[in-house]
Ligand binder design. Structure first.
Ligand code: SAH
Ligand code: SF4
Ligand code: F3S
Length: 434
């Protein structure tokens, strides 16, 4: 029997799909297959913005005919959207061919839900309000070699006023530090070369007495030839200790994802972010003082309720001042149940679109300039795979820049030095020197 998993959303979800694959393997689904050949199809959904939801709904809807043609096919829907208030009912009514629904809090029950569905032939919809930590017992089927993800915490307590994550992922729960370190040790032994610690706000990690900088320090002391990354950091909890630890260890990439969201203090306050533009820029200054080559990437939202053109200009000027290497940029999307969705002064779509396109231009220009500075220099790339379209091997440097080069299959999972010959956007092209 074969399985197919469709994943939407963040790295947290990508890793959870690896856990879902682990559960499916235990249930006798021995290999991954195309959607048309699968005996079970699992959607791991996201609801961070409206378009993420629409995308999932569209793809689930398209499966109606699969189900008609293949009576034994099981279709399961899980993830953040399934956990969202009212969505389970909507899925129940709109998609009568969905057999199993599970939320973010009962991922570990998926195996039982499959058994139930097989036994009773009826639909099984199961949602829980809070989850236990049992998903750490699931052995994931890792798909990111040479990279591997490790959860260090679940949930979020921050309630940024635009964000649905705290509602669908529940309260913050940190994993035991020894368990995290043990997992990193195993991954290093198995030959993984890039290990990423995952949490919605890693800086507020608390595993008993262990803080996040301490945990990172312990992980970086694990033997082996690998790089260490972490995401996401919240600027309100960013600390000098964290900078010290990054600086101290060569294994930890000199690269940090530090979502700023807006350059305006009034908007940051409305967003409930608990820092100011000035504090954010001080953090960047500290980073640059201690680790001059550190790359900073970010997330930005435009068109938050009541955002004025002047406030948007403050975001544009912050992009320059902070010198972001790259950014994920979004139009604010109202999420039912969040504080911002009920605010007055929602911004018309044309205005938000126009701001987004100006912001993208500004960030891209900056990214281009930084990339151009690489030409003629060398950089160390971890070879990740082969790009079928470009007919070139590819991989990232420690700053997150993608490098493309002529190579061979045996280089996947190896660090190579690239002489950069040309740059295009965030991508570098070059040839291997050793
Ligand atoms: N926990 C992380 C990010 C979670 S979601 C953090 O705190 O930074 C990833 C990004 O999606 C956020 O940083 C934000 O920029 C964006 N985002 C979240 N909710 C959104 C919404 N309602 N509309 C538009 N973008 C949103
Ligand atoms: Fe959402 Fe804010 Fe939590 Fe990030 S920190 S997941 S943006 S509520
Ligand atoms: Fe991630 Fe989307 Fe959920 S961004 S935490 S999958 S809502």
């Amino acid at each position: 029997m074969k399985y197919h998993i469709v994943t939407y959303g963040c790295q947290m979800n990508l890793h959870e799909s690896e856990k879902i694959a682990g559960i499916l393997r235990e249930k006798g689904y021995t290999e991954e297959a195309d959607i048309d050949d699968a005996d079970i199809i699992v959607f791991n959904t996201c609801c961070i913005r409206e378009n993420a939801e629409n995308h999932a709904f569209g793809n689930i809807g398209a499966l109606k005919k699969h189900k008609r043609e293949k009576k034994d096919l099981i279709i399961a829907v899980g993830g953040c959207m399934a956990q969202e208030k009212g969505k389970a009912e909507l899925i129940r009514q709109k998609f009568p061919f969905v057999d199993i629904l599970f939320g973010t809090h009962n991922l570990n029950e998926l195996g039982d839900l499959i058994d139930k569905k097989r036994a009773q032939k009826k639909r099984v919809f199961s949602l829980k309000e809070e989850r236990g930590e049992t998903e750490d017992n699931i052995t994931p089927v890792r798909t990111g070699y040479p990279g591997a993800w490790v959860n260090i915490m679940y949930g979020c307590n921050n309630f940024c006023s635009y964000c649905i994550v705290p509602y669908v992922r529940g309260r913050e729960r940190s994993r035991n530090a020894d368990d995290v370190v043990r997992e990193v040790e195993e991954l290093s032994k198995e030959g993984y070369k890039e290990i990423t610690l995952l949490g919605q706000n890693v800086n507020s990690y608390r595993g008993g007495e262990t803080s996040f900088p301490e945990l990172l320090d312990r992980c970086a002391r694990v033997e082996g030839d690998f790089r260490l990354r972490f995401m996401t950091s919240h600027p309100k909890d960013f600390s000098a200790e964290l900078v010290e630890v990054i600086k101290k260890h060569k294994k930890i990439c000199n690269s940090i994802h530090l979502p700023v969201q807006s350059g305006s203090n009034r908007i940051l306050n409305l967003m409930n972010r608990h820092y100011t533009r000035e504090k954010y820029l001080e953090e960047i200054a500290l980073l640059r003082r201690e680790i001059p080559d550190c790359a900073v990437t970010t997330d930005i939202i435009v068109g938050f309720p009541t955002e004025t053109e002047d406030e948007f200009q403050e975001t544009l000027s912050l992009v320059k001042e902070a010198g972001f290497a790259s950014a994920f940029m979004f139009i604010y999307s109202p999420r039912t149940g969040t504080k911002a969705a009920a605010m007055e002064g929602q911004i018309p779509e044309e205005i938000a679109k126009d701001r987004l396109s100006r912001l993208i231009d500004a960030v891209n220009e900056q990214t281009r300039q930084i990339s151009a500075g690489y030409v003629g220099k060398s950089c160390e790339i971890l070879c990740e795979g082969y790009d079928e379209r470009k007919k070139l091997y590819l991989g990232r440097d420690e700053y997150g820049r993608m490098g493309y080069f002529e190579g061979e299959k045996c280089l996947i999972g190896k660090f190579v030095t690239l002489q950069v010959e040309r740059a295009n956007g965030i991508s570098l092209y070059g040839s291997i020197v050793k």
